[in-house]
Design a protein around this ligand. Sequence first.
Ligand SMILES: Cc1cc2nc3c(=O)[nH]c(=O)nc-3n(C[C@H](O)[C@H](O)[C@H](O)COP(=O)(O)O)c2cc1C
Length: 348
Amino acid sequence: MSRLTTPVAALTLKNPVICGAGEHTMTARAIEAALATGAAAVVAKSTNESLAAKQQLDKTDYALLDAAWNRLPWDFEPPADAILMGRSGLLQRDFEPWLDELVRLDRSAAQQDAYVIPSLILSDLDQCVAYAQQIEQAGLRVLEVNIGAPHGEEAAKGAIRLERGAERIEMITRRLREATSLPLWIKLTGQSEDVVALAEATQRGGADSVVMMGRFMGFLPDLETGAPLLGTSAAIGGGWALPLTARWLMMTRRRLGRDFPLIATNGARNGLDVARFLLAGASATEMTSAVFTGGYAVLERAIEELDAYVARRGVSVCELLGQAADQVQTYQEQASRPGHWERFAPLS
Ligand SMILES: Cc1cc2nc3c(=O)[nH]c(=O)nc-3n(C[C@H](O)[C@H](O)[C@H](O)COP(=O)(O)O)c2cc1C
């Protein structure tokens, strides 16, 4: 146990920094590089049975942008406020050899007190359930299932399902729960009016944790060409998303209680962001774009930054969990300050 140790239901993570799934967790070499940083877990690039989802990987494209929407170079040293727009696809490997490789990687991760986590993206539910069972039988120790990937509505029909209905989410989670006794993390969309209700549905369905929340879809006209940047709508993320994710975390913690662990994704760029998500109620944070665009050292730095923050405050990660969420006030509870607004307006 150290001051960074964080429980996620029955699991104990050595720290709250998880390398989230993406093109930087696609190969054994890449997963090993992510593990070598000291991250508590690495989520492998997602897979499913859909040929169309695999083919989509050949149509991926990505753009880094500054805050005024100018394109930035892809040099693995992006500024802290860089925005990533992109179109992604799924792993192109066959399921069985991929599974064997992950089992081998997870065995060596276990020696470093870490986890390699397989990730499924929902297409056909029966097939997803069958894969979940195979993953457990093969000896992996955790399962993440993404049922809210942002590309769901742009990708070929059925290739990637974006679930937004609480009833369906509860049913899908329950089917997976009945099929496997592995720690089950359900990853949700953020493109919903009520992410709390979706998180609650995963809890009712028997998930061990909910990962929240997926990125949004955006559309950016290019001023030079007059055409859409990257040619299509695309998923968009950046540090700006952190407060949006943090608010849903805070509200979910308040609705579902302290015993249902939440995992953050969408907006963390460094170790202080991991601390922000902890304070908002996330037991751990998945970092993806920051690693994809900045390299694996981002993870190592994040752990160091978080450790320095925790040390400075003289607390442990567990003591920070939900601290801000538990203090949130209503607008009505704020002290009345007549005329205060005049200090902020250009004219009064
Ligand atoms: C290039 C790229 C590929 C991604 N691929 C996957 C994936 O295969 N499975 C998945 O569950 N999420 C995937 N994601 C979503 C991320 O894991 C993460 O949830 C999202 O980018 C928000 O977190 P971030 O702000 O740390 O990037 C991908 C994201 C990016 C940028």
